[in-house]
Design a protein around this ligand. Structure first.
Ligand code: SF4
Ligand code: SF4
Ligand code: SF4
Ligand code: FES
Length: 947
């Protein structure tokens, strides 16, 4: 294996469809109009020396190293800033150019430390390469003049260093932060000899606005900005392309390795989801994979109060299988079930649901998507016929009006947020519907045209009011509706939304949103050109989550914003493989590809292949499993890669369910909160330790590739297979590719997916079959998958969770950039430097009324429970609304959330909980009790001393 070297063309590709032909050093090359001479030269096989240019950034023209001569023109223009022209004759190597370039390089080198041999970038430094490329042998000015060699390093960022003594002030970092990341944290201060890179307002990188995305590190041509891991480990020797295991953006990376140690993760320019960008999590937060808390030996115990006992895989698997069979013999076939993970691969998820349906013989399988995006599946399938988003990420480049509802992409989906911000800086309009003033509402060079700061729980009322304006002001795209949608459904819907009670003025009393804002936003969305809706858990995690998904589908259909680039209804999926987990048949009522278990033809196909009779009734959903466990009818559970005790709502109820189980098998990287109640622990494998595929938010199926052996000896799919075999249901896969072959054979929308195809194309978006052999970037182009688009009536029904004198504030929850979900991984990385605890955001008025100051401990009470955490007083939240994250188990934020859930899918209503805040002295009684329980449960017995 070797290092994967990506070609740097120096400037971005031009988008023109017209081409021009020119010659470079005698080679003819045809390129799109608008291409730079530098890029055209590279395409012709000629490398022009460069320092300030890279194809991730617009050309800048500052270093003067890339000079060329053009026949018939005077001077030596910079090839990075000069566009090609038809018939142009370019020379890149003439005596004059060579002399000029050497002169430029001499100046750079005369102010550069000559410590190449001991520099971390030695062998991978563009300055070094360029000195070689221009044939620099001597520095006439010597090294004794004024220089910057003594500048102190900034080591404040946990992941990279800034050594200004090595800086050539090429500005690539500054431009990367602006153009690629959109944070604008860096500037070049002063001019001439005094010019230097500065983070924020003369702050350290850590104190500045920097969000540690790493784009500047990647852009830096010298060792000025370097990964600390590179400095510590040394230059990588080989690399493997893989996919980030954090969020649903699905960024591609080159895992650059030295032996079996990861040196760094470098975003892959060919990655179609990220186009060479990344966020702090994917790029830097992989240290959890080798964290000392990793459990690498299977363990069992008879009671959850016993210490864990390390055993062999055979013993652990054998014990789990015999316990599941004992429970089924005693309590019946349906007394056991399992949960698949949105963090695991498609292949692993498929195997877990297969084990449950075929091995356990029931449909008691569910997935953590239940608690996040299950309404997306239900709502979009009803409206359009497919349980997935309609676009690819590239589509946003052609969007004129972006509408973000209940999502905070800057924190949740950072790389896509950067692309969205780029489009907004280029002129797209923005509507944000969110109770919080998120970063998308106002940040560097971004300002929402409309922010509708609605009260939590009133999404549907706002969507209906938007629709009211569109219908009553004649803004409907009638041609689209006539050609593409069911007209009877449309008429009924139009009549419904036109009712006065759905007008912006009428709903303002409970949404809290100024009617004029709603009217303005509706007009902009309907008439502003291509309108695209992007939404997140602020839509789905409500008692009307599914209704709101349908309401957004209605808005998109009514305005003709479907079936082409730049438009669509786009769920921003939380975890890396939420889409895949849903696709793979993880829901109790559906096989792969969203086919109902009661469908005889589908079920018979699976029965034939799997060789067992399958149940035709849907099994238990996750909350039903907890209920049944508390009632005593559900006794055994297999949970792969999911921490239900921390992530599911109403923790006390979940804990009661877990305590009632006779056999809980947890498969994870760490002893998570759920493992506190487990009897068998199967050590999991990280994404670095196995092969497989993830499917991101745009339905893109991408490979993950093994770069090191599983620390516990088995990859997760191998452990599931062993459990199935121990249960007596035979599975015999040699490699995950064989599992994918089975998935493809059994699933119409995956029919043409194979590892060979993924290796060839890099990735594909399903449906990928005979009709679309290279996948489907945009859905519903000529017609909806279900035929005609279906408008649904979306009556607003207020949640039963109401504020009142006892609980007068509304709590809503979310995530922040540096942390991921329940934090099991990110808490075990340096990311804790940015977020070491969950904080409660509270508006200054509400804080003052309760005597709460910034940083104070506060007690947060709801009718479900009580917890304590520290307060941040901020006007990011509106009066009456408080907000927190749920990344840290010490906080136990889900003790507060209630058992209310979406009417269609049981997705919990995390986003609306009536609460009260009061001053506190520290952790609550429940937190202390839970900590004791947790500490006791995590004991691992010492190996018995040898006789
Ligand atoms: S790490 Fe990212 S956010 Fe921070 S300065 Fe570099 S480019 Fe900007
Ligand atoms: S830090 Fe690197 S990228 Fe930034 S100006 Fe200096 S040399 Fe260029
Ligand atoms: S966490 Fe998401 S945005 Fe960040 S690198 Fe991973 S996939 Fe990309
Ligand atoms: S690469 Fe063209 S001026 Fe620097």
């Amino acid at each position: 294996m070797a290092l994967i070297e990506e070609v740097d063309y120096g400037t971005p590709a031009a988008k023109s469809e017209k081409t021009v032909t020119l010659t470079v050093d005698g080679f003819a090359v045809t390129v799109p109009e608008g291409t730079s001479i530098m890029r055209a030269s590279k395409m012709a096989g000629v490398s022009v020396p460069k320092l300030c240019a890279t194809d991730m950034l617009e050309s800048f023209g500052s270093c003067r190293l890339c000079l060329v001569e053009i026949e018939g023109r005077n001077g030596t223009p910079a090839s990075c800033t000069t566009p090609v022209a038809a018939g142009m004759v370019v020379k890149t190597q003439t005596p004059r150019l060579k002399k000029l370039r050497k002169g430029v390089m001499e100046l750079y080198i005369s102010d550069h430390p000559l410590d190449c041999l001991t520099c971390a970038a030695n062998g991978d430094c563009e300055l070094q390469d360029m000195a070689g490329a221009v044939g620099l042998r001597d520095v006439r000015y010597g090294y004794a003049g004024d220089n910057h060699l003594g500048q102190p390093k900034d080591e404040s960022n946990p992941y990279f260093t800034f050594d200004p003594s090595k800086c050539i002030v090429c500005s690539r970092c500054v431009r990367a932060c602006e153009e690629v990341q959109g944070t604008f944290a860096l500037t070049i201060e002063h001019r001439g000899f005094d010019s230097h890179v500065s983070a924020g307002m003369h702050e350290s990188f850590f104190e500045s606005e920097c969000v540690s995305c790493g784009a500047c590190v990647q852009a830096c041509p010298t060792a000025t900005l370097s990964e600390k891991s590179l400095i510590e480990i040394g230059q990588p020797e080989h690399s493997v392309v893989t996919t980030c295991a954090y969020c649903g953006v699905g960024c591609s990376f080159k895992a650059e390795m030295r032996g079996d140690e990861v040196v760094r993760m470098v975003p892959y320019k060919d990655g179609k989801a990220n186009r060479g960008h990344s966020c702090v999590k994917g790029r830097f937060a992989w240290g959890y994979a080798s964290h000392r808390d990793r459990i690498t030996k299977p363990m069992i115990r008879a009671k959850i109060t016993d210490p864990w006992r390390e055993v062999s895989w055979e013993e652990a698997i054998g014990h789990a299988a015999s316990e599941f069979r004992r429970i089924q013999d005693k309590y019946g076939r349906n007394a056991v079930g399992g949960i698949t993970s949105s963090r695991c691969t498609n292949e692993e998820t498929y195997l877990v649901q297969k084990l449950i349906r075929a091995g356990f013989g029931n449909n008691n399988v569910d997935t953590c998507a239940r608690v996040c995006h299950s309404p997306t599946g239900y709502g979009l399938k009803t409206a359009f016929g497919t349980s997935a988003g309609t676009q690819d990420f590239d589509s946003v480049e052609e969007t004129d009006v972006v509408m973000i509802i209940g999502a905070n992409p800057t924190d949740g989906h950072p790389v896509f947020a950067s692309r969205m911000k780029k489009r907004l800086r280029d002129g797209a309009k923005l509507i944000v519907i969110d109770p919080r003033r998120t970063d998308m509402v106002r940040s560097a060079h971004i300002e929402a045209d409309y922010h509708l700061p609605l009260r939590p729980g009133t999404n549907v009322a706002v969507a209906n009011a938007l629709a009211h304006v569109i219908v009553t002001e004649g803004l409907v795209d009638e041609a689209f509706v006539r050609e593409r949608c069911d007209l009877a459904d449309f008429s009924a819907w139009a009549e419904f939304v036109a009712e006065e009670r759905n007008s912006p003025e009428a709903v303002a009393q409970f949404t809290g949103v100024d009617a004029a804002l709603v009217r303005g936003a509706a007009r902009l969305f309907a008439k502003g050109g291509n309108g695209a809706i992007y939404y997140g858990l602020g839509v789905t995690e409500h008692s009307q989550g599914t209704t709101m998904v349908m309401a957004m589908a209605n808005l998109a259909m009514a305005t003709g914003n479907l079936g082409r680039r730049g438009v669509g209804v786009n769920p921003l999926r939380g975890q890396n493989n939420v889409q895949g987990a849903c696709d793979m048949g993880s829901f109790p009522h559906e096989f792969t590809g969203y086919r109902h278990v009661s469908d005889d033809a589908t079920r018979e196909t699976f029965e034939k292949l799997w060789g067992v009779a399958l149940q035709e009734e849907p099994g238990l959903r996750i909350p039903n499993m907890f209920d049944a466990a508390v009632e005593g009818t559900f006794k055994g559970m297999y949970v792969q890669g999911e921490d239900i005790v921390q992530s599911d709502p109403d923790t006390k109820h979940v804990v009661a369910g877990m305590e009632a189980l006779e056999c809980l098998v947890v498969q994870d990287l760490f002893l998570n909160e759920t493992a506190n109640f487990a009897h068998v622990f199967l050590p999991g494998a990280t994404f670095l330790e196995k092969d497989g595929t993830f499917t991101n938010a745009e339905r893109r199926i991408q490979r993950i590739r093994k770069v090191m052996a599983p620390k516990a000896g088995l990859a997760d799919w191998e452990a599931t297979m062993a459990l199935s075999n121990a249960l007596g249901y035979r599975m015999d896969y040699k490699h995950p590719s064989e599992i994918m072959d089975e998935i493809a054979a059994m699933t119409p929308s995956f029919r043409d997916v194979s590892y060979a195809k993924l290796d060839e194309l890099g990735s594909v978006q399903w449906p990928c079959n005979a009709a679309a052999p290279e996948g489907t970037p945009i859905m519903h182009v000529d017609h909806f998958v279900r035929g005609s688009g279906k408008f649904m009536l979306t009556e607003y029904v207020p949640t039963e969770e109401r504020i009142g004198p006892r609980f007068p504030l509304l709590l809503t929850t979310g995530r922040i950039l540096s942390q991921y979900n329940v934090g099991a991984q990110t808490r075990r990385t340096e990311n804790v430097a940015w977020h070491g605890e969950d904080l409660l955001e509270i508006h200054p008025h509400d804080a003052e009324a309760r005597g709460v100051r910034d940083g104070d401990w506060v007690k947060l009470d709801s009718r479900s429970g009580s917890t304590s955490l520290r307060a941040t007083v901020t006007d990011r939240v509106a009066p009456g609304v408080v907000y927190t994250t749920f990344h840290h188990p010490e906080t136990q934020a889900n003790v507060i959330t209630t058992d209310y859930s979406d009417w269609a899918t049981n997705c919990p209503e995390y986003k609306v909980t009536a609460v009260q805040i009061s001053p506190s002295n520290g952790p609550s009684e429940w937190q202390r009790h839970y900590k004791e329980l947790s500490d006791a449960s995590r004991r691992i017995a010492l190996p018995e001393a040898a006789e």
